[in-house]
Design a protein around this ligand. Structure first.
Ligand code: AMP
Length: 115
């Protein structure tokens, strides 16, 4: 077995972070290094999928659950409009290989494109 991801460790309470929302299958935290006024991460509780390509192919309903929670959070924390980013592959900036969506909102600039 490989080491649990940092997000699994947060979910287990092993690393401090506030879980700001959760459903049966996904949870959300604030990004520790925000690149927008609102920068949240929506994460499946299972780390079965490494990236959004695997997730979309393997469990489209879970993908839809992530999008729905992102929309809910954007309405709660900003004006309801948001950018949803899935960095996919290290060359594209992915550093945690437990799929997660960056929810960016609240006055975006081009500088927050990267997620
Ligand atoms: P990515 O680079 O797309 O894989 O995204 C990983 C994100 O996780 C980065 O934006 C990090 O800032 C964020 N991150 C890493 N560690 C933590 C943590 N302990 N709490 C919240 N966010 C984190």
């Amino acid at each position: 077995m490989s080491e649990p991801s940092i997000f699994t460790r947060i979910l287990r309470g092993e690393i401090p972070s506030e879980i700001i929302a959760e459903t049966e299958n996904v949870f959300a935290i604030r990004d520790i290094a925000p690149r927008a006024p609102v920068h949240l991460l929506v994460i499946p509780k299972s780390e079965q999928y490494r990236n959004v390509v695997d997730l979309a192919a393997g469990d489209p309903a879970l993908m839809a659950e992530i999008v729905a929670l992102a929309q809910h959070l954007a309405a709660e924390h900003a004006d309801g409009e948001f950018r949803l980013t899935f960095n996919t592959g290290s060359g594209a900036g992915q550093t945690v290989f437990h799929v997660h969506a960056h929810v960016l909102a609240g006055g975006l600039t081009e500088g927050s494109l990267g997620g």
